[in-house]
Design a protein around this ligand. Structure first.
Ligand SMILES: NC(=O)NCCC(=O)O
Length: 386
């Protein structure tokens, strides 16, 4: 079997494990005691069927409290392939993807989603492997006033939904600088703010440092009508301190719009965002694109292998992890999909009270050690046996 005939690990478990074992395996693997699937409205399912994308629903509950009402929020995470060949005119490529994703946002609205997030650089092929500036920089647009933000602002208002979308940003006032940026649009349709990717990969064919620099927007948390949200863009997933800073700023849900391939990161995928949810007592939503994108000109990986035209398949597998360490199954590894998850944000504080990870965090100790570790005359604290 080739890597991409396997649609999803979950389907595999469901297909081959007897029901009793399956229940125990899911409890151990996903931290879920009972079936936590969420029934979705027929209207949402009909849109998914008509436009050929997967739609799945799950819920995370919290214990009832006496002084606080449940804080239920529905989150929609969208994974998709590109719509047209990478050689098609830029505007047509972008519109093709817009049209796909608009249907998915409509389904999210039907499913009652309050917040929706796209994958990384969602309006374009992930062309940074090529190291070519032309024509890919033409996909870059202004975060606040660009055509994609404008288009989504209308949907955000119409559907009363916060929309987070991750784009290639062109910072016109600062000399047309290019950034990798997530934009937050309020459910009123207003632009709330943006966050620029903090950690830029220099691994495999992820030649993103050719296009943009490390972000300069810190670790903002956006306080919306539906909770305090933040975005840790793709490769920031590998940096526990990046996740931690969003937690220190009070995030309750951290989205992780990504573009990554199986050969490189699939074994890490289920671990990192889930661990971040546990360590920081918040929900995490890692989202990855699907499909294989072919480029006209060959590019090489600088590892002695033959030059090639594609990056390798992106493996989707979008999921949601909760602060208590439980998680949803993943969306497909190959197909466009919308994952709808209902969260009770009260779970964040309940888990903080129970585990005390925040209380026991020892920030001053680490601040002091980090200060030393980042000084020029740093000497690692090693005690030798001699
Ligand atoms: N887009 C991006 O940062 N990808 C890097 C590879 C990875 O983090 O898995």
């Amino acid at each position: 079997m080739s890597a991409f005939e396997l649609q999803s690990l979950d389907e595999c478990l469901d297909k081959y494990l007897p029901p009793e074992e399956l229940k125990e395996v899911k409890r151990i693997l996903y931290g879920v005691e009972q079936d936590n699937s969420l029934e979705l409205p027929a209207g949402a399912k009909a849109i998914a069927e008509e436009h050929d994308f997967e739609i799945k629903g799950y819920r995370f509950t919290a214990r009832p409290e006496q002084l606080r009402k449940p804080r239920l929020v529905r989150v929609g995470a969208i994974q998709n392939s590109i719509a047209l060949p990478t050689t098609a005119p830029i505007e047509q490529q972008r519109e093709g993807i817009w049209n796909k994703v608009k249907n998915m946002i409509r389904a999210a609205a039907e499913a009652g989603c309050n917040i929706v997030c796209t994958q990384e650089a969602w309006t374009m092929p992930f062309a940074f492997c090529t190291r070519e500036k032309y024509p890919w920089c033409e996909f870059a647009e202004e975060a606040e006033t660009g055509p994609t933000t404008k288009m989504l602002a209308e949907l955000a208002k119409a559907y009363n939904m916060v929309i987070i979308h991750s784009i290639l940003e062109r910072d016109v006032p600062h000399g047309d600088t290019i950034w990798n940026t997530a934009v937050v649009i309020s459910n009123s349709g207003r632009y709330v703010g943006k966050h620029r990717k903090n950690h830029i990969p220099r691994v495999g064919d992820f030649n993103e440092s050719t296009y943009y620099m490390e972000g300069n927007t810190g670790h903002p948390v956006f306080e919306t009508e539906f909770g305090k949200i933040a975005i840790n863009i793709c490769y920031g997933r590998h940096h526990p301190q990046n996740w931690m800073m969003f937690g220190l700023n009070g995030a309750e849900i951290v989205f992780n719009p990504s573009a990554t391939i199986g050969r490189l990161s699939e074994p890490l995928w289920g671990v990192e965002a889930r661990n971040a949810a546990i360590a920081n007592s918040y929900f995490t939503v890692p989202i990855n694109r699907v499909g294989t994108e072919q480029f006209a000109n060959e590019f090489s990986s600088g590892d002695g292998s033959k030059a090639h035209h594609d990056f390798g398949p992106f493996y989707g597998s979008t999921y949601v992890a909760a602060p208590d360490g439980s998680r949803t199954p993943s969306l497909s590894r190959c197909k466009d999909g919308l994952l709808v998850t209902e969260l009770d944000l009260n779970l964040c504080r309940q888990v903080k009270d129970f585990w005390g990870f925040r209380m026991t965090q020892r920030l001053p100790l680490y601040a002091e050690s980090l200060q030393k570790a980042s000084s020029l005359d740093f000497k690692p604290q090693v005690i030798k046996d001699n």
